[in-house]
Ligand binder design. Structure first.
Ligand SMILES: CC(C)(COP(=O)(O)OP(=O)(O)OC[C@H]1O[C@@H](n2cnc3c(N)ncnc32)[C@H](O)[C@@H]1OP(=O)(O)O)[C@@H](O)C(=O)NCCC(=O)NCCS
Length: 331
C-alpha cells in the first residue's frame, strides 16, 4: 500500500484580536488569572456572519499553494469541526462549494479536540488503499459565537478562539516519508465532562426555553477531570503511536499537541521527560481552537523552521468524548 504524506499545510485566523484585557471588560476575570492557569494572552474572534467553512476556504487555498497543487486537484474533503456552520449539512459540503469543487466528496468529523487527528487517519486510510489522491484535511472552528462571554461562563469563555488549519494529504513519492501511524481512542463514559447539551435531538424543538434560560447551549466542562485525564492520556497515546510506528521518543524532533492549555502541554513534556521546547505551544496567541489547533500549530511550527524534511513529528490530541488520538509523521 502507498504511504500518505502531508504535502502542504497552512492556517487562517480572523483578523480580530481579543486580548485578556478585552475579556476583563466583559466578565470578572483578569489577565493574570488567565495567563497563570492557561498560558493564553490573546485569541481571534470572527466578525458576525463568518463560519468555519469560510475560514477553512482561506486556509485551504494557502495549503494547496504550499503543496504546489491547484484546487481542481482535490478529490476528497475531510472536515473536522464541532462548531459547524449549520446543524446540517456538514461544513465539508459548504467548503466544497466555496472552492468550486463541483461534485467532489466531502464528510465531516465531529470529534472535538481530537477531530483533526481522526480526520488525518481517515484521509491516510483512503490514500493508502488508493481511493483518493489529493485530500484536504481540515480543522476549523468558530467557537466565539457559542461562548457565554459573561462571568457565569468565564471558565470556558477565556479558553477558546476561532481559526482554521488545512493539510493536503497525497500519496508519498518517498516511502520513508509520510504518515507512519495513527492511533485513536474514546471513552464515552466521560461524555458529560466536556460537552454542550443543546441543541439536542432528545427534546422537541431541539431547545426549550428553560434550556436557553439555564445556558445549557453553552459548552460545559469539568475542568479538573479534563486536566487529570489529559495529562495521562497525552503521554500514553504519544508512546503508543511511536511504538506502532516502530520509533522511540528520543528520535522525535517535535511533538505538536492539541493546544488545550499551556499547563497541560508543560505537564505532558514533564511526564514524558522531554525538554519543554520539544512540545510546540502557540496557545498564547490563538487560545484553544479545538479541531483547528493542531494544523494551526503544525503550520506555525513549520513556518518557524521547527519542522524540517526528514524530521519525526508526533501530532497528539485529547478532548471532548473523551476522545484522544496521535499520529507519527516523518516530515
Ligand atoms: C479550567 C482550568 C484552567 C481551571 O483551573 P483550576 O485551577 O482548576 O481552577 P478552578 O476551576 O478550581 O477554579 C478556581 C477559581 O477560579 C475561578 N475562575 C474560573 N474561571 C475563571 C476565570 N476565567 N477568571 C477568573 N477566575 C476564574 C473559579 O470560579 C474558582 O473560584 P472559587 O475558588 O472562588 O470557586 C483547569 O481546570 C484546566 O486547565 N482544565 C483543563 C481544561 C482544558 O484545557 N480544557 C480544554 C478542552 S480540551
Amino acid at each position: 500500500m502507498t504511504r500518505s504524506r502531508i504535502t502542504g499545510i497552512a492556517f487562517h485566523v480572523p483578523e480580530r484580536v481579543v486580548t485578556n484585557a478585552d475579556l476583563e471588560k466583559l466578565m470578572d476575570t483578569s489577565d493574570a488569572w488567565i495567563v497563570e492557569r492557561t498560558g493564553i494572552r490573546e485569541r481571534r474572534f470572527v466578525e458576525p456572519g463568518v463560519g468555519p467553512a469560510d475560514l477553512a476556504a482561506e486556509a485551504a487555498k494557502k495549503a494547496l499553494a504550499d503543496a504546489g497543487r491547484r484546487v481542481e486537484d482535490v478529490d476528497f474533503i475531510v472536515f473536522a469541526t464541532i462548531t459547524r456552520d449549520y446543524m446540517f449539512p456538514g461544513s465539508g459540503a459548504l467548503l466544497q462549494e466555496r472552492l468550486g469543487l463541483s461534485t467532489v466528496g466531502a464528510m465531516d468529523i465531529h470529534n472535538a479536540c481530537s477531530g483533526f487527528v481522526y480526520a488525518l487517519a481517515t484521509a491516510d486510510a483512503f490514500v493508502r488503499v488508493g481511493q483518493y489522491r489529493c485530500v484536504l484535511v481540515v480543522g476549523a472552528e468558530v467557537q466565539s459565537t457559542g461562548l457565554n462571554l459573561s462571568t457565569a461562563g468565564r471558565d470556558m469563555a477565556v479558553l477558546f478562539g476561532d481559526g482554521a488549519g488545512v493539510a493536503v494529504v497525497e500519496p508519498s513519492a518517498d516511502e520513508s516519508r509520510g504518515v507512519l501511524s495513527c492511533v485513536m481512542h474514546a471513552e464515552g463514559a466521560h461524555a458529560k465532562d466536556l460537552w454542550a447539551e443543546a441543541p439536542t435531538s432528545l427534546v422537541m424543538g431541539r431547545f426549550t426555553q428553560q434550556m436557553l434560560d439555564e445556558g445549557r447551549g453553552y459548552p460545559q466542562m469539568n475542568g479538573r477531570q479534563v486536566f487529570k485525564h489529559a495529562t495521562t492520556r497525552f503521554p500514553e497515546v504519544i508512546l503508543e503511536s511511536l511504538e506502532r510506528a516502530g520509533h522511540t521518543l528520543d528520535e522525535v524532533a517535535l511533538i505538536v499537541p492539541h493546544q488545550a492549555n499551556k499547563r497541560i502541554g508543560d505537564a505532558v513534556a514533564e511526564r514524558l521527560g522531554v525538554p519543554p521546547a520539544k512540545v510546540f505551544q502557540n496557545i498564547e496567541r490563538y487560545g484553544n481552537t479545538t479541531a483547528a489547533s493542531i494544523p494551526i500549530a503544525l503550520a506555525d511550527a513549520r513556518d518557524q523552521g521547527l519542522v524540517k524534511p526528514g524530521d519525526l513529528v508526533v501530532l497528539a490530541a485529547f478532548g471532548g468524548g473523551f476522545a484522544w488520538a496521535a499520529s507519527v509523521v516523518r516530515w
